[in-house]
Design a protein around this ligand. Structure first.
Ligand SMILES: [Zn+2]
Length: 289
């Protein structure tokens, strides 16, 4: 039994740019307005199911927007991006409370007052005791209301950080050219019946030959292995490979669901290797594509 050495994989350099920080701070200015919109939305819409969707959309948009702002400023630090996402989400969440309390009090509590932490906490405590709205005819207050708020908080920050993480870590940056790489999805699709562990460990060891040995996926198969590349079209030197296992299933309504499991991420390739993988998949490795 030979243990295979791990081939190098891509990691962000951790670098930031002044432009990226300016974009990041600008997104922190915008985030509270999104919080205000969200508060008006959940206050106006009386359906808890729609509120939950709105909560997820609100969190997702915050994480996506803030992390995208830093990405467009060429920040290559997931830590920094997620720190901005966390702060922006906290600001938006805070402002949402003030606007929501302002609406609930029918304007009796001025927005500027509601923004004061002591006043805000005082009013939240009051709503906690008496309840804010009815659920199936029962006034929801106390622990039950607190539980709803806790779930809301978890959904907002969960969606926000997940979306932010996806944006902050999904792309490869060419440090020598100073640009994000181009994505080439579905370069090669291989038969899904192969042993995923063996494929994964050979690729992780840099043994690309396995890609030429396995049969290609047959049209209509519900599962396959998918190879995606990211390539720098400036210098051509930065190239990475991702391996995903894709599974199609039908849900109980017969609607197709696509599930992707990432088995390997960011394996670094030489330009020749990236060209070779593209050719194995039947593609044209010329940079024009
Ligand atoms: Zn480059």
């Amino acid at each position: 039994m030979t243990s295979l050495a791990k081939a190098p994989t891509y990691a962000h350099s951790g670098k930031a740019t002044p432009r990226g920080l300016v974009f990041g701070f600008a997104s922190l200015v915008v985030a509270p307005f999104l919080g205000a919109l969200y508060a008006v939305g959940i206050f106006t819409i009386p359906f808890i199911y729609l509120n939950a969707i709105l909560t997820l959309v609100f969190g997702g948009l915050l994480g996506f927007g803030i992390a995208s702002a830093l990405r467009s400023g060429e920040v290559r630090s997931a830590f920094l991006s997620l720190a901005f996402v966390a702060v922006g989400t906290a600001l938006a969440y805070y402002v949402h409370w003030a606007v929501w309390l302002n609406r609930l009090s029918e304007g009796e509590l001025a927005l500027i007052e509601a923004l004061r932490p002591d006043v805000m906490l005082d009013f939240i405590g009051g709503v906690y005791d008496v309840g804010a709205w009815s659920l199936a005819g029962n006034d929801v207050s106390g622990m039950a209301l607190g539980a709803v708020w806790a779930v809301e908080l978890a959904l907002i920050f969960g969606a926000s950080l997940l979306a932010g993480f996806t944006i902050a870590t999904g792309d490869v940056y060419c440090e020598s050219c100073g640009r994000w790489c181009d994505k080439h999805d579905d370069v090669l699709a291989l038969d899904g019946t192969a042993d995923p562990g063996a494929l994964q460990s050979r690729l992780a060891a840099g043994d690309l030959a396995v890609l030429g040995e396995l049969p290609r996926v047959t049209q209509g198969d519900p599962t396959w292995f998918q190879i995606n590349l990211q390539r720098c079209h400036g210098c051509g030197q930065t190239n990475t490979l991702n391996l995903d296992r894709v599974t199609l299933t039908a849900d109980d309504k017969g609607k197709e669901q696509r599930k992707e499991d990432r088995l390997l991420e960011g394996l670094l390739l030489t330009p020749e290797q990236a060209d070779w993988v593209t050719r194995v998949g039947g593609g044209d490795p010329s940079y024009a594509g």
